[in-house]
Design a protein around this ligand. Structure first.
Ligand code: 5RP
Length: 240
């Protein structure tokens, strides 16, 4: 391998999710209530938090946004409480499927959008951990918008979502049955061929439809984004 090629291979060797997740976990302060998001980037937040609890004696009380995160946090020894045991959350760290320049997001790739949004809504600070590919100029261009719907109304919901310019598809499991969220609902993944022009207006319009439980549009909830890069760099952007 020529030296220049070798150097290139070495600097691209990092996992952006791990870089972002570990950096965000350093933001957690002792004696605080922490919201734990869901997903493969948040996994690295959990591992670093667990290390800090062991190594530094960090004292935290955590609220999980999904059963998946609950199981992982328990296995790692992160102390958990239920949502009704806390008044508010000091810092929530979560992933995203897309985030734009105004920190508006699409979330729900892992199906945890409802609990994630509830926890974000009572968080004093919401920090998002992503790799660079999640940062987009317009939402909906690289990822379909997940919309959680009650199973009873699902075909009707698909018909009501189409006029917004979306093409909804029922999310399925690998076994071939409809994917069910932790709340027993189904998810319509809504592809917008031209992206989403006005995310805030779309969120309001979708949430007003009876039968839609929640959309994966997260508007004005994020305060900062931590972006990990394959060359090992990490960037923290604060909302203006
Ligand atoms: C789950 C989510 C996740 O935060 C989102 O899908 C990002 O996941 P990952 O970090 O695995 O890419 O919204 O509902």
């Amino acid at each position: 391998m020529r030296p220049s090629t070798m150097a290139f291979a070495m600097v691209e060797n990092y996992n952006p999710k791990q870089i972002a997740g570990r950096r965000a976990a350093e933001m957690v302060q002792s004696n605080s209530v922490v919201g734990l998001g869901t997903g493969s980037t948040v996994f690295f937040v959990l591992t670093r938090l667990a290390e800090r609890i062991q190594e530094e004696g960090l004292v935290v009380t955590a609220v999980a946004t999904s059963i998946d995160t609950e199981i992982k946090a328990e296995e790692m020894g992160i102390p958990l409480v239920s949502l009704d045991e806390v008044e508010s959350i000091d810092l929530c760290i979560d992933g995203a499927d897309e985030i734009d320049g105004e920190f508006q997001m699409i979330k729900g790739g892992g199906g945890a959008l409802l609990r994630e949004k509830v926890v974000a809504s009572i968080s004093k600070r919401e920090v998002i951990v992503v790799g660079p590919e999640k940062v987009v100029p317009r939402l909906g261009t690289t990822f379909s918008l997940p919309v959680e719907v009650v199973p009873f109304a699902r075909p009707l919901m698909a018909r009501r979502i189409r006029p917004f310019g979306a093409d909804p598809t029922l999310r399925m499991t690998e076994e071939g049955s409809p994917f069910l969220t932790d709340n027993g609902n189904e998810i319509l993944d809504c592809h917008f061929p031209d992206g989403i022009q006005d995310p805030a207006a779309l969120e309001l319009a979708l949430d007003a439809i009876p039968g839609i439980v929640e959309s994966g549009l997260f508007i004005n909830l994020a305060h900062a984004v931590v972006i990990g890069y394959p060359d090992g760099r990490c960037e923290v952007r604060e909302k203006a």
